[in-house]
Design a protein around this ligand. Structure first.
Ligand code: NAD
Length: 252
């Protein structure tokens, strides 16, 4: 068991990459708070984990609301014990369109869900991680931060912020034995994909995108979960401030 005695909060756990991370962590012995705004789907993820002998609990949590995040941390510690791992994975996409067509409310929401959430999670989780002798934070960024493409400008910028925050938090929290790393997935088959491709995914669009990925496919929740598992495990005890491309070579 690679995450024995660990207690994690995974945001955005009701779907896609977060769901994959929650399952993979639980398989490796981690107790998981599945945190999301989609309560029904989140409950289903937690139940599926518990049904196969894992330990999980669904908690309603809007990552932009400090009280919700505080509640998730409190729940993790009261149900499962000292928090060790915070996975800031919930995200909001930008529909592929001209940068000038994105309205202000959408811009604010993208930055609230993708960037402010990292700040709020730090405020609520870091004091406990310090108190508990250390821990790990994993932020889901994107290849969009490293190799930005047109049509996703504000989303790209939000993920760029996630990358810089990861590195800055890593240096500031290293003395507390808190490691901070990011995942940079390439496009994956989740409900978010349609937004990135302009509203719908045709076979032609998928094939065109896949042709830019040297390994020749999109990412899967399993790819992202396996990378998160490594970063969350003690095998990565000397790794901090890394923004790991999980992208089949797309960013080369
Ligand atoms: N799918 C891709 O192509 C891709 C590529 C690179 C990075 N990412 C990033 O991966 C992460 C996960 O995305 P996904 O592809 O699994 O998408 P998804 O749509 O399958 O899942 C996102 C989850 O986040 C939840 N969520 C949204 N806003 C929330 C909020 N305010 N508070 C709590 N939960 C909220 C949703 O309810 C949903 O369950 C995101 O940060 C995304 O930006 C996705």
């Amino acid at each position: 068991m690679r995450l024995e005695n660990k207690v994690a909060i995974v945001t955005g756990a009701a779907s896609g990459f977060g769901e994959g991370i929650a399952h993979r962590f639980a398989q490796e012995g981690c107790a998981v708070i599945a945190a999301d705004i989609n309560d029904e789907a989140c409950e289903a993820v937690a139940s599926a984990i518990n049904d196969v002998g894992g330990r999980a609990m669904a908690v309603h949590c809007d990552v932009t609301a400090r009280a919700d995040v505080a509640g998730a941390v409190q729940r993790a510690q009261s149900e499962f014990g000292p928090l060790t791992t915070m996975v800031n994975n919930a995200g909001m996409p930008q529909r592929n369109q001209s940068m000038l067509e994105v309205d202000e409310d959408t811009f604010d929401r993208i930055f609230a869900v993708n960037v402010k959430s990292i700040y709020i999670a730090a405020l609520e989780a870091v004091p406990h991680l310090r108190e508990n002798g250390g821990g790990t934070i994993i932020n889901t960024a994107s290849t969009a931060a490293l190799s930005p493409r047109p049509g996703l400008t504000w989303y790209n910028g939000s993920k760029g912020a996630a990358v810089t925050l990861t590195k800055s938090m890593a240096v500031e929290l290293a003395p507390d034995n808190v490691r901070v790393n990011a995942l940079c997935p390439v496009a994956g088959e989740t409900p978010m994909l349609a937004e990135f491709l302009g509203g719908q995914v045709t076979n032609e669009m998928r094939d065109k995108f896949v042709s830019t990925v040297p390994i020749g496919r999109l990412s899967t929740a399993t790819d992202i979960a396996n990378a998160a598992l490594f970063l969350a495990s003690d095998e990565a005890e000397f790794i901090t401030g890394v923004c790991l491309e999980v992208d089949g070579g797309r960013c080369i």
